[in-house]
Design a protein around this ligand. Structure first.
Ligand code: GLU
Length: 444
């Protein structure tokens, strides 16, 4: 079985040259699957793994737009419709200069397992563009979004493919994308996008959901050792949507959050992060975290990673591969108890190995950050029934889903002889549900 897995992996790597992040994501899942395939030879016979590694559809398109100086600009747009065995393709759009096919495929692949873990009827997909929204005016962002949707709309639909936000795509961008979709199709089709504004079909708690979910997962994980956030020193990376609400929920649970970051460096604020000020700087004014440090009288350390300050709970909420072996070693030296991934694949494989060997509780993103997409599914549910739920009820549903994922990961890890491994539990539980659906639906 080991050799068979290695052969399939080898094929995947050769068929998708140069896509480093995609290779990393596939390899990481494959490492958990040997016992599953041994127990379920029907997956091997039906080539489920080979089919799972090949997206159902990959769309790459030109996005032309005109900047404020009247110059024509060209970006590249992507949508990888990865797997629809469990429901319509579902997953965010990322606008960031680093976006290329390998990033979109890694995110889409992860999304398939994550969405499966939520227990909701959603398949997996991802998209985005190498467009850099930083420094762009409101008008430029709007024109870009309109051009992007002018191609993408034909591939979307509430029963087909339902995008949402990711890095660089928030409420403002979802608004422009929805407006253009509505105009082109002449349909007020709420369920075609999630992360919508509250006054036009959005769901309460969707904004908070990814950060909240990551912390709720970590709290339950700490609970297995009789620990909690209360009084713990917490460090968060990032300062965007996921980081902000991870900070808020950690503080609500009694955590003392002393650090956050962005691509320019990190903030150390021993008095505890002042979230309203951070949101004023980041959301309202769209400025770097150094401005927060300046106004708050906190320390700003340029060009370095926040992990060096040490923590009992670490929440990587920025981007892929932002916590490496050296960072993990620094966290272990500082006595870290738990690491819960708010971002997608933020911890490198070597760092995961180091943390696990040191006995640190480790929650992989596809489990710990599933709260965002799970609440997107709740938004779709509200849209389908033309209803709007209260904050408390929606948050209760989110908490129930996160606890369910946590418990399923642990039970699955036990069942497959790797007790305590959330990585194995998430990969195996996510995989088997999709694999069973694929078997049932035949070779399609
Ligand atoms: N981009 C988010 C993720 O990584 C959310 C996707 C969604 O809500 O569809 O899961």
């Amino acid at each position: 079985m080991k050799e068979q897995l290695a052969d399939i992996l080898d094929q995947v790597l050769r068929r998708n040259p140069g896509e480093r992040e995609f290779h990393q994501a596939v390899r990481e899942v494959f490492e958990s699957l040997e016992p599953v395939l041994r127990k379920n030879p029907q997956y091997v016979d039906a080539a489920v793994l080979e089919r799972l590694c090949e997206p159902e559809r990959q769309i790459i398109f030109r996005v032309p737009w005109v900047d404020d100086e009247g110059r024509v600009r060209i970006n590249r747009g992507f949508r990888v419709e990865y797997n629809s065995a469990l429901g319509p393709f579902k997953g965010g759009l990322r606008f960031h200069p680093s976006v290329y096919l390998g990033i979109v495929k890694f995110l889409g692949f992860e999304q398939v397992f994550k969405n499966s873990l939520t227990g909701m009827p959603i398949g997996g997909g991802k998209g985005g563009s190498d467009f850099d929204p930083r420094g762009r005016s409101q008008g430029e962002v709007m024109r870009f979004c309109q051009s992007f949707m002018t191609e993408l709309y034909r591939h979307l639909g509430e029963h087909t493919d339902v995008p949402a936000g990711d890095i660089g795509v928030g409420g403002r961008e979802i608004g422009y994308l929805f407006g253009q979709y509505k105009r082109i199709t002449n349909r007020w089709e709420a369920g075609v996008l999630t992360g919508k504004g509250l006054s036009w079909g959005g769901s309460l708690v969707r904004t908070e959901a990814t950060g909240y979910g990551t912390v709720l997962f970590a709290e339950r994980m700490l609970g297995t050792r009789g620990q909690s956030f209360d009084g713990r020193r917490v460090v968060v990376s990032g300062a965007g949507n996921v980081a902000q609400y991870a900070i808020q929920k950690a503080q609500q649970l009694g955590g003392h959050v002393v650090g956050c970051s962005d691509s320019t460096g990190y903030v150390l604020d021993e008095r505890g992060i002042d979230l309203p000020l951070l949101q004023q700087v980041r959301e309202a004014e769209r400025l770097p975290v150094s401005v927060y440090a300046e106004r708050r009288g906190a320390t700003f350390v340029p060009g370095r990673r926040v992990w060096e300050v040490g923590a009992e709970v670490a929440l990587p909420c920025a981007t892929q591969n932002e916590l490496d072996e050296d960072d993990a070693a620094a966290l272990v030296r500082s006595g870290v108890l738990a690491v819960s991934e708010g971002a997608n694949m933020p911890t490198t494989p070597a760092a995961v190995a180091l943390l696990t060997e040191a006995g640190v509780l480790f929650a992989p993103g596809k489990a710990a950050n599933a709260g965002g997409v799970a609440t997107s599914a709740l938004e779709m549910q509200q849209n389908a029934s033309r209803d709007a739920w209260t904050f408390d009820y929606t948050e209760q549903r989110l908490a129930g889903i996160m606890h369910g994922i946590h418990d399923r990961c642990l039970a699955t890890a036990d069942e497959y002889g790797q007790p305590g491994s959330y990585v194995a539990g998430a990969n195996i539980a996510g995989f088997t549900k999709v694999a069973d659906a694929m078997l049932a639906l035949g070779v399609v």
